[in-house]
Design a binder for this molecule. Structure first.
Ligand SMILES: NC(=O)c1ccc[n+]([C@@H]2O[C@H](COP(=O)([O-])OP(=O)(O)OC[C@H]3O[C@@H](n4cnc5c(N)ncnc54)[C@H](O)[C@@H]3O)[C@@H](O)[C@H]2O)c1
Length: 353
């Protein structure tokens, strides 16, 4: 271990933890020292696969050992709040997976606990890693497209119709995402947080009002598979208003056949427009500026690389200065999430004869 390197615990050793293990292993200034999972065998296998020297069958055991400086929380959504509160109480900075919590009240409690303890707190809103998003935001801040007037944002996946990511009918990691009793908030909690972050960060504008419709489609006989009741939303369509009065549509689905994992954001300003695309591996930016406005010509725009959230977390640990996106920002996104459920429940849908 290099001098002063921060010793990291990975908590929850499922699918996303593999990405974190690979990425953190490449970052100078940190060392993966332990893996913990409520499934002790999974933790041991994970530790062995990633050359991590210690494995634990619970967070409590890892905290009792106390050989780590900070934690990467890769547990499922419902476990984020209780486990993060335990970590913060033990004085450990946390890099938490999204959504930060299951509701705004829990997210706020996590934020206030981290801030009161003066601990670094960050959330893995992954698409901040998209260089196109960061470049677009700098252009907006520099006034290159003028006043934002209209926004289209979507996050589309198709793992309910294709088998490219395995079979959701038989795999635990997909089934918990379909069941409210297992702590899922549906497509809204899973990827809605990403597209709301993408749209608000990309435009540099908060969302000040929203309406929404959510849909849960029949997916299995009796609406259940094994212990999983398939009751959460599969598709969501929102209309939103931004702080400057601009309107936007934001939609997301797991039933978007033909789309693997695509985020699209179009930002139309009164002096130009930006078209951002990203997935988990890559991103691109096209611009329509100046005289191109009269011909609707779009031109690819170069985007310098941007640090990943994992790197920003290590920088924050080493500097003691909190990084972005932090718990407080994720708590604002959580508020939008909660309000989307309220808007759906209370909205009037006008039937068309
Ligand atoms: N940022 C992203 O792009 C991204 C991508 C995928 C998943 N995620 C998020 O990462 C989290 C995990 O998703 P996943 O796909 O890796 O799930 P997963 O089901 O593959 O893995 C979760 C692991 O956590 C363990 N676990 C559950 N409760 C625990 C507890 N209390 N203590 C210790 N271990 C516990 C489980 O045994 C399992 O091994 C979710 O919150 C998900 O939303 C984020």
């Amino acid at each position: 271990m290099t001098d002063g390197a921060r010793r990291l615990l990975i908590l929850g050793t499922g699918a996303i933890a593999r990405t974190h293990a690979e990425k953190f292993a490449l970052i100078p200034g940190c060392e993966l020292v332990a893996a913990a999972d409520m499934n002790a065998e999974r933790a041991r296998d994970f530790a062995a696969a990633h050359a991590i020297p210690n494995a634990f069958g619970s967070l409590a055991d890892a905290i009792a050992w106390d050989g780590f400086d900070a934690a990467v929380n890769s547990t499922p959504d419902a476990a984020h709040h209780p486990t993060t509160m335990q970590l913060l109480a033990a004085g450990k900075p946390v890099f938490c997976e999204k959504p930060l919590a299951l509701n705004h009240a829990d997210a706020l409690q996590m934020t206030e606990a981290a801030e009161a303890a003066g601990l670094v707190n960050m959330v893995n809103l992954t698409y901040r890693n998209a260089s196109a998003l960061q470049t677009a935001r700098r252009m907006i801040d520099a006034g290159e497209i003028g006043e934002v007037r209209h926004v289209q944002a979507s996050y589309l996946q198709s793992w309910l119709t294709g088998r490219h990511w395995g079979d959701w009918r038989t795999e635990e990691r997909w089934l918990w995402r379909l069941s409210s009793r297992h702590g899922s908030k549906g497509v809204m909690g899973d990827i809605g947080v990403h597209i709301l972050d993408f749209a608000t960060y990309g435009t540099g504008l908060d969302i000040t009002g929203l309406s929404a419709r959510m849909k849960t489609f029949d997916k299995a006989d009796g609406g259940a598979i094994d212990v999983y009741t398939l009751d959460v939303n599969d598709s969501v369509a929102m209309t939103v208003e931004f702080a400057n009065g601009a309107l936007g549509v934001v939609h997301m689905s797991r039933f978007a056949t033909g789309k693997l994992n695509d985020l699209d954001l179009l930002i139309h300003g009164d002096r130009g427009a930006l078209k951002i695309w990203a997935n988990h591996l890559d991103s691109s930016l096209e611009v329509c500026l100046g005289p191109d406005i009269d011909t609707q010509t779009w031109t690819p725009y170069p985007c310098p690389p941007t640090p990943r959230n994992e790197e920003r977390f290590v920088i924050a640990l080493l500097s003691g200065q909190n990084g972005e996106p932090d718990f407080r920002h994720a708590t604002r996104i959580q508020k939008l999430l909660d309000l989307t459920f309220v808007a759906d429940a209370e909205a009037r849908t006008l039937p068309v004869d």
